[in-house]
Design a protein around this ligand. Structure first.
Ligand code: GLN
Length: 487
């Protein structure tokens, strides 16, 4: 590997700013690393070297002239394949959008470009962000850099694997029910799902609009802080964007572990023993440092997965109706009737998991079933939100393992969608309540695979998440060494 990429993001940033490395050197190092390892990891769906190196050369010129756009000018960031970049294919890893070139930039992309970031599109994902393993991509299966026989998690598995394999220091993903936190956890890196409404969804291809949020991946906490500062803040183009300014790094709260109230969960036999051990290690060290641990009753959350899958599939069946071969999506020619054109374009364009979800969502929204399923799920969603409110009247933060297992083998759960859905047991409720949560490294299991810890805070308290994460990284046994040699 190009030696510089071993460094965490924070060091690369200061090297760029001190002139120790140039944007071109950094971009070239990323390109070389991608060429070295991505043949086996398969995190990227495309690599436009010329465009990347041109952007890096422009960044170097700005710095030479003493006019960098920001302290991030020249910093590479990988972009998930469902975030629109002008004149670039945005396929959502789906055949139906295989040739779709976006005519505009997503708001997050505009904000990155204004600060001089160098974009590395496009990272592989589960088709339309539906999945927990990145096996649902129409194009390729991304592998976990820690063990190529295993999945990287999903749906933003390409972004997580690209960062974990040191191909890029930073990446963006999207999280509807865990798609940033779960792959961050399984790949041993940091991943933030922001408070709903703080990051614009304009230009993010919608999966389930009331749950989707864009967020950052990084090898270190500083990368999440910086990317979140750049991409957050009110956007007129997104009516669900909240009227708040961008996050400021000065809002990262210095955390005193003494006296902090931490909500914890009871471990059950469904959780892998190594995950339980890592969780207990964290809790013991927190207790030694004076944190007050409060066990919370999560029994109402046993319904989070069914509620999530009713709401997410209902919203996706509506959002994906635009891909009909006429308005959007590749068209099946030579069909006699309009109805056939719709049916055949969608039959050819969508993969099996997307079809399953459109069917489920259409069913639960249909007359006669709407109240029983969708209506009930919406009511239950309110209960989950209220439960969190009551938790946060007792504790400052909630700690859970991000996932009950470490990375599983490719193919292990593809035949049983319910088993796959269970990987999201602790992540989905956070989206249902619109809260912010981060996954941070929590150790390694006996197979050498990463384990992640999810920290959840009340709405708009990202500063608390970051401050606490900084303290956690000082504890013993949590840091994870990312693999240099892959395969
Ligand atoms: N695994 C969940 C799903 O399949 C979450 C995906 C996501 O967050 N995009 O819906």
């Amino acid at each position: 590997m190009k030696e510089i990429l071993k460094n965490p993001y924070a060091e690369l940033k200061s090297s760029l700013n001190s002139g120790k490395i140039s944007a071109t050197e950094l971009a070239q190092a990323c390109i070389d690393r991608i060429k070295e390892v991505d043949g086996s990891v398969k995190a990227f769906l495309s690599l436009d070297e010329k465009r990347i190196l041109n952007a890096a050369a422009e960044s170097d010129q700005r710095r030479k002239a003493g006019k960098p756009l920001s302290e991030f000018d020249g910093m590479p960031v990988a972009i998930k394949d469902n975030i629109c970049i002008q004149d670039t294919i945005t396929s959502c890893s789906s055949k139906i959008l295989e040739n779709y070139k976006s005519p505009f930039n997503a708001t997050v992309v505009e904000r990155l470009l204004k600060k001089g970031f160098i974009l590395f599109p496009r990272t592989n994902m589960d088709e339309f962000a539906m999945g927990s393993s990145t096996e649902n991509s129409a194009f390729q299966v991304t592998r976990n850099p820690f063990d190529l026989e295993r999945i990287p998690g999903g749906s933003s598995g390409g972004s997580a694997a690209a960062v974990a394999a040191s191909m890029v220091p930073l990446a963006l993903g999207s999280d509807t029910g865990g798609s940033i936190r779960q792959p961050a956890s399984l790949c041993g890196i940091y991943g933030l799902k922001p408070t709903y409404g703080t990051v614009s969804r304009y230009g993010l291809v919608a999966y389930a609009s009331s749950l989707d949020q864009i967020g950052p991946f990084s090898k270190d906490i500083q990368g999440c802080i910086d990317l979140y500062s750049v991409i957050s803040g009110k956007d007129e183009n997104d009516s669900t964007s909240v009227n708040r300014p961008s996050f400021s790094a000065t809002a990262v709260s210095a955390t005193d572990l003494k006296g902090i109230k931490i909500g914890i969960i009871k471990m059950t036999s469904e959780i892998e023993p190594d995950v339980t051990k890592a969780y207990e290690n964290v809790l013991n060290q927190l207790k030694e440092r004076g944190a007050i641990l409060v066990e919370l009753d999560f029994s109402k959350f046993s319904l989070a997965i069914p509620i999530y899958y009713i709401i997410a599939t209902a919203e996706c069946s509506s959002n994906l109706s635009r891909f009909d071969g006429i308005r959007y999506g590749s068209r099946k020619d030579n069909t006699g009737k309009l109805e056939d054109l719709y049916v055949e374009s969608r039959t050819e364009g969508f993969g099996p998991e997307v079809k399953r979800r459109i069917l489920l969502g259409t069913f639960s929204l249909s007359a006669g079933y709407y109240d029983a399923y969708y209506g009930t799920a919406q009511k239950a969603r309110v209960l989950i939100r209220k439960e969190y409110e009551s938790f946060f009247s007792k504790v400052d933060l909630i700690l859970q393992p991000t996932s009950p297992t470490t990375a599983f083998k490719v193919g292990e759960k593809t035949k049983d969608p319910i088993q796959m859905y269970k990987a999201d047991i602790w992540t989905t409720s956070v989206n249902l309540a619109g809260l912010p949560a981060i996954s941070v490294p929590m150790g390694i299991d006996t197979k050498g695979l990463p384990i992640g810890l999810q920290i959840t805070a009340p709405s708009f308290e990202e500063g608390k998440l970051f401050g606490f994460s900084q303290e956690l990284s000082k504890l013993e046994g949590l840091n994870i060494l990312l693999p240099e040699k892959i395969g």
